[in-house]
Ligand binder design. Sequence first.
Ligand SMILES: Cc1cc2nc3c(=O)[nH]c(=O)nc-3n(C[C@H](O)[C@H](O)[C@H](O)COP(=O)(O)O)c2cc1C
Length: 191
Amino acid sequence: MQLAKVTLLIGSPRKNGSTAVLAREAERGLKEQGIETETIFLNDQEIKGCQACYYCKKNDVAACAVKDDMQGVHQLMQECDGLIVATPIYFAGVSAQTKLWLDRMFPYIGMNLSPKLPGSMKVSFIFTQNQPDARLFETSITTFMQMVGFTGLTRKDYLVAYDLDSGVKPPVTDNLEFMDRAYRMGRDLLT
Ligand SMILES: Cc1cc2nc3c(=O)[nH]c(=O)nc-3n(C[C@H](O)[C@H](O)[C@H](O)COP(=O)(O)O)c2cc1C
């Protein structure tokens, strides 16, 4: 029997920042369920912004005409059963690396907004921010998750981990609630 597979997309450039640490906790939960994982640091990928060529729309295909590292990410979208998207908040929204990924998910949204990914594919989100008020960026966080949902992915869970500034404030590993929520997010993603 083929193992279920989940892709973790990390939108922080820091390999050991709060976002990556929480994503690894989610990965621990996934692996404990016998789920295969693949982690992509979006910052390591050569991903151009969407060129608005409308190749995907004119041809009504879930494929992109821009040949760069996003092709590999698209391949993973075909193979995996779920997704964890983890991003820091930069200037009240997701990081530029994460926004590039979202724009390039355009092929999964048909002209009439019909989703092209199967609803059986689950997605959960981890957001990290410095500000201590978890609700401060609620509008942009909610909008981001809705836009991802337009692709057809079904949202399972999300975590806003706040009051975090790697190397300046206490490490996220000290916050047992955030660590546990991230672990459970992974453990329960495909249940
Ligand atoms: C360019 C930049 C912009 C940021 N903007 C915000 C912001 O608008 N609101 C906020 O709460 N934190 C902001 N932060 C702080 C980060 O979101 C926060 O420290 C996050 O946990 C960093 O994640 P990392 O440790 O995985 O890199 C910003 C950080 C950077 C580098």
